[in-house]
Design a protein around this ligand. Sequence first.
Ligand code: 5AD
Ligand code: SF4
Length: 459
Amino acid sequence: MKSILKYINDYQNKYNKSPSFMIRTYGCQMNERDSESISWILSKEGFVETNNMEDADIVIFNTCAVRQNAENKLIGNLGDLKHTMEAKNLEKIIMVCGCVMEIDSSRQFLEDKFKHVDIIFGTNSIAILEDLLEEHLSTKKQVVNIDSINLKTRETIGQNRKYNFKSYVNIMYGCDNFCTYCIVPYTRGREVSRDAKDIIAEVKHLVNSGVKEVTLLGQNVNSYGKTLDPQISFAELIYKIADIDGLERIRFMTSHPKDISKELIYAFDEIDKLMPFLHIPVQSGSDRILKLMNRKYTREDYLEKIDMIKSLKRDIALSTDIIVGFPDESDTDFDDTIDLIKRVGYDQAFTFIYSTRPGTLAAKMKNQVPDDIKNARLQRLIEVQNDISLEKNKKYLGKTLNVLVEGTSSKDDNFYSGRSEEFKLVNFKANEEDIGNIVKVKINDVKSFSLNGEKVEDR
Ligand code: 5AD
Ligand code: SF4
C-alpha cells in the first residue's frame, strides 16, 4: 500500500496531524450501516473521522437512489463543495458511492460532468475501497469500480459504530421483489442471506462490546434464509439471537407484508427481547394499485395480518410506508388508502410522493399523476395520519415507558431523547451518564411525533 502510506506520512510531516475524512450519508439504514464500514476501512488506514466537510481531506457521499430528490441533493452538494474548494483553494479527495452509482446513466453523468470526483464505487465495492484509494493516489486519475464482490469478502470488513450501545446488523443484502416503482433490486442486486452463524457471532461480539440493542437489517427480512442451505426462517434466526445473554432489545427493518409468517407474528408474544414495534409497509390501500405495484398481496391479505398482530397479548406499535400518486392512482384509489390507514391506526407512517425511477416498470406506465394532485394527496394523507398518530400517543399519557437514552435532544440541549420499546421518540431531562442506559420515563405530554416525560426512579 505504498501510495496511501506515503500520502499519510507526507501529510503528518507537513501538518503534524493525521489526514481526515467525512462521510455524508443519504437514505436508508443500509446506507448508514455501509458508511460505518467505510469509516472502519479509512480509520484502519490511518485517517481520522470528522464532521466538518471544509476541514476533511477526504469527503465521501454515500448516495440514495430511491427518489429523485435524493439524487438532486447529491448534485447540489457536489456543486457547492466544488465552489468552496475553488474559492478557498482547498485540496480534497472526493468519493461518491452508494445506490446512485449503480445506475449507469447517473454514474455516467457524474463521470462526465464532475471530473473533480476522484473515486466512484458501487454498493458492492466497499470491501476494495483501500485498493481504489491506492489506485487513485498512485495514478491521480478518476477511479471507477462497480464490480460485485462476493459475500465472503464482505464478511471481513469491520464497522466503526456511531453508537456504542446499539447497532445495525445486516442479515441479508439485495431484493428480489421488483415492486414496479422501486430501483433497489437494480442498485443492490439479487437477494442473498448471510449465514446465521456469522450473524450470531457478530451480535455476540457487539454485545461483548456494550451493545444492548440490535436492529436486523435487510430489504425484506421476512424472506431471510431462503438462499441458504439448509434453509432457516427469519423467526428461527430471531429465536437464536434472543438466546444471546446480555442482549436486551431486538428490532428489525424492513418487512414485506407478503412474507410475514405466523411464526414471526407469534414470536412477538414469546420473545420479550423482541421489541413491540413492526414496520409493515403497505404502500397503497387500493387493490388495483397494489397489483400495478406488483406487491403480491391484496388489501384483505394485509388487513388479515394486521388483525393477527392486533390479536396478540402484547400491544404492537405499527408503522408503514405509503406512496401517493403512483401511475393511474384515481381519487377512489387514494380514498381506499385513507380508509386503510384509519382502519389500521398506524402509530406512524412514512409518506412519499411517487417518484419516477428510470429503468423501473412503473416509469413506463401511462397515466402518470400530475404534480399538483400528488401534492394535494400527500398533504391530506399527512393531515389524517398526524391526527391518528396523536390519538395513538395519547394512550401513553401517565404511563411509564422503558427508554434507551440516545443523546441530547435535537431541539434543546437540556433535554435528552431516546426510544421506548414501541420505538416512540421520548424527550426528558436526564444526565450525560444516562446515555446508553435504559431508564424509566413517565409520560406527561404527547405530540404526533414524540412524547415528553420525566425520568422516574426504578421501583
Ligand atoms: N417513489 C416514491 N417512493 C418510493 N419508495 C420506493 N420507491 C419509491 C419511488 N419510486 C418508498 C417505498 C419504500 C420506501 C423505502 O421508499 O414506500 O417502502
Ligand atoms: Fe423495493 Fe419492493 Fe424490494 Fe422493498 S420489497 S426494496 S419496495 S422492490
